[in-house]
Design a protein around this ligand. Structure first.
Ligand code: ZN
Ligand code: ZN
Length: 198
């Protein structure tokens, strides 16, 4: 499994708190300008890498070309979705996130000790799901995700920025032990979701 989640982007997102706080004076990864603790993230679409960006670079790319391989501004919104579990997909989801690609197809990603395994979601099933969760209709391609955790007592459904999902994938890779992940991992995943709500 070699995708962005397992490559250089991983190191940058691995210890990034939800509030995007970083030590001051880390530079914009596009122009080198100093960054405040609270700053924008850009996703390089082809490699699925997340870059820290200054306001000027973020504005530039927010308005700019967004073809394949370009940067896309990662939005900030986090929306907790309510309602029953997403049975429309026809599979038990456990811990997974769903991303709409630029071509309109939706990919399911399952965090695992080896990274995130993925497969394409049946489009009819996704459409049924989008009827259930109205917010999914406004989910932006590539930079937002539908994140689900229905496992180990968790019952979480969120519309989140994609960098949140990268952090979760990194957490699973880092903390997974034994056959089922281990208690420490699941405690940290519970904490991850608790923090999303703050
Ligand atoms: Zn910059
Ligand atoms: Zn950053």
């Amino acid at each position: 499994m070699t995708d962005a989640v397992t490559s250089g982007a991983l190191g940058r997102v691995i210890n990034r708190p939800v509030a995007r706080r970083r030590r001051a004076a880390e530079p914009c990864e596009l122009c080198g300008a100093p960054l405040p603790g609270e700053h924008a993230h850009l996703l390089e679409e082809r490699k699925e890498q997340v870059f820290c960006a200054c306001r000027a670079c973020a504005l530039l790319f927010e308005q700019g070309e967004t073809g394949p391989g370009r940067f896309r501004l990662v939005p900030h919104r986090r929306v907790r979705l309510t309602g029953p579990p997403p049975s429309e997909l026809g599979v038990p989801v456990g811990l997974a996130f769903f991303v709409r690609r630029s071509d309109g197809t939706v990919t399911a990603h399952y965090p695992s000790p080896a990274g995130a395994t993925r497969w394409e979601v049946d489009s009819a099933a996704w459409e049924r799901l989008a009827v259930r969760y109205a917010e999914l209709g406004s989910m932006r391609p590539v930079v937002e995700a539908f994140l689900v955790a229905i496992v180990r007592g968790l019952d979480e459904r969120w519309l989140v920025p994609i960098d949140d999902c990268h952090r979760l994938v990194a957490l699973v890779r880092q903390e997974w032990t034994g056959m089922s992940g281990g208690q420490r991992l699941w405690d940290r995943i519970a904490a991850f979701f608790a923090e999303l709500g703050r």
